[in-house]
Design a protein around this ligand. Structure first.
Ligand SMILES: O=C[C@H](O)COP(=O)(O)O
Length: 253
């Protein structure tokens, strides 16, 4: 384990899942966190846009944060169907995920787009969770560190610091597949990201949280969260059920 690790963050990305009845699941998560099931970890739920305001109201006064899954780079304007970081802040969000591989693939987002969105998040007073990660073909051709390094350099907001920016390393091939890298592979990439953050941000880079994401489940969370420079998890499918999500967060109990 790394000395002086930052406070871990366990974040749930609900993706395009969740209706208003999801409030009961959120309550169950909040109840578990209040009972100490997440230990020292900060716990965040990122529902779809439609639930951000409702969840933020529901989570008020509880030890749980609410975030969103994307934002537009501009604060307002003629952008039909888009949501700005300022709107998310107004709705009660405190975090926003940017550059998830599903956004990069489905919406053609590149590093410049992601950087602009991360900077919009900071402008609005949100914490940006910046996602990076290699595809299976990139890993198999030995390009993982090149890809991750290039995405990090291209996506990191100019004013990044330990309080306003989180990095999420998500190998694309591990998302929703049940596959995960070995602990040694995760360590190699997280150590590399830490070194690059320290180069870019100096001492501040040592405090930036680096999450692992991709098929994190209650059964593998303790091993993955125990790896050096893994400061928490970005969880997809397993964040939809309070019991599973708390089972992951309990790695920090
Ligand atoms: O944002 C979360 C990741 O895409 C991981 O998703 P997953 O836990 O369903 O593999």
């Amino acid at each position: 384990m790394t000395a002086n690790r930052p406070r871990p963050l366990v974040a749930g990305n609900w993706k395009m899942n969740g209706l208003t009845k999801g409030v009961t699941e959120l309550d169950a998560i909040a109840t578990g966190v209040a009972a100490g099931e997440a230990g020292s970890a900060e716990v965040l739920v990122c529902p779809p846009f439609t639930l951000v305001s409702r969840f933020a109201a529901q989570a008020a006064g509880q030890h749980i944060k609410i975030g969103a899954q994307d934002c537009h780079a501009k604060p307002s304007g003629a952008h039909t169907g888009d949501i700005s970081a300022e709107m998310l802040k107004d709705a009660g969000a405190t975090y926003v995920i940017v550059g998830h591989s599903e956004r990069r693939t489905d919406h053609g987002e590149n590093d410049a787009t992601v950087k602009a969105k991360a900077e919009a998040a900071l402008r609005a007073g949100l914490v940006a969770i910046v996602c990076i990660g290699e595809t299976r073909a990139e890993r198999e051709s030995g390009k993982t560190l090149d890809v991750v390094g290039s995405q990090l350099a291209g996506s990191l907001p100019a004013e990044a610091n330990a309080a306003n920016t989180v990095i999420a390393y998500e190998p694309v091939w591990a998302i929703g597949t049940g596959l995960t890298p070995t602990a040694a592979d995760v360590k190699q990439v997280h150590d590399f990201i830490r070194a690059r953050l320290a180069e870019a941000l100096g001492e501040e880079g040592n405090g930036v949280r680096i999450l692992y994401g991709g098929s994190v489940k209650p059964g593998n969370a303790a091993e993955l969260m125990g790896v050096d420079n893994v400061d928490g998890a970005l969880v997809g499918g397993a964040s939809l059920k309070a019991e599973d999500f708390l089972g992951i967060a309990s790695a920090y109990r």
